[in-house]
Design a protein around this ligand. Structure first.
Ligand SMILES: [Zn+2]
Length: 131
């Protein structure tokens, strides 16, 4: 049984179950609900307007946030070097996001990236980058 004990000692901890899109949507739903509660007028403050009802905008915000979280999560598991924050580069970009334009986060900085504030109506994207 020594071989078995040795093997168990060397075995990596069991991997956490992979997160599904439903997990990201549930997490994003909570984040977005808290942010909307903080700004009851959030719908009027969105930088994109037109053609969307408030319910559609809420769902859109949740989907965007879920994708944001998922991209960061997947980057940590993928073969890429890291992610770069890109804004739309137009006049509607908020000052907080403008400061992040072009900022690169290597794989070992993804926790830092995940902790950066994101806001309702944010139109930024994270793109894979090389060093
Ligand atoms: Zn933004």
């Amino acid at each position: 049984m020594k071989w078995l004990r040795d093997r168990l000692k060397k075995a990596p901890p069991p991997a956490a179950a992979p997160l599904t899109m439903a997990d990201f949507l549930a997490q994003a739903g909570g984040e977005i609900a808290r942010e909307m509660a903080q700004d009851p007028d959030w719908f009027r403050h969105l930088p994109y307007q037109g053609g969307m009802s408030q319910d559609q905008a809420r769902d859109f915000e949740i989907e965007k946030r879920a994708m944001w979280r998922r991209v960061i999560h997947d980057a940590g598991r993928g073969e890429i070097w890291g992610l770069m924050w890109t804004t739309r580069g137009d006049a509607k970009v908020c000052p907080t996001c403008r400061e992040q334009e072009g900022r690169r986060f290597a794989k070992d900085q993804l926790d830092q990236l995940a902790a950066q504030p994101v806001h309702l109506g944010c139109r930024c994207e994270l793109v894979p980058v090389r060093p």
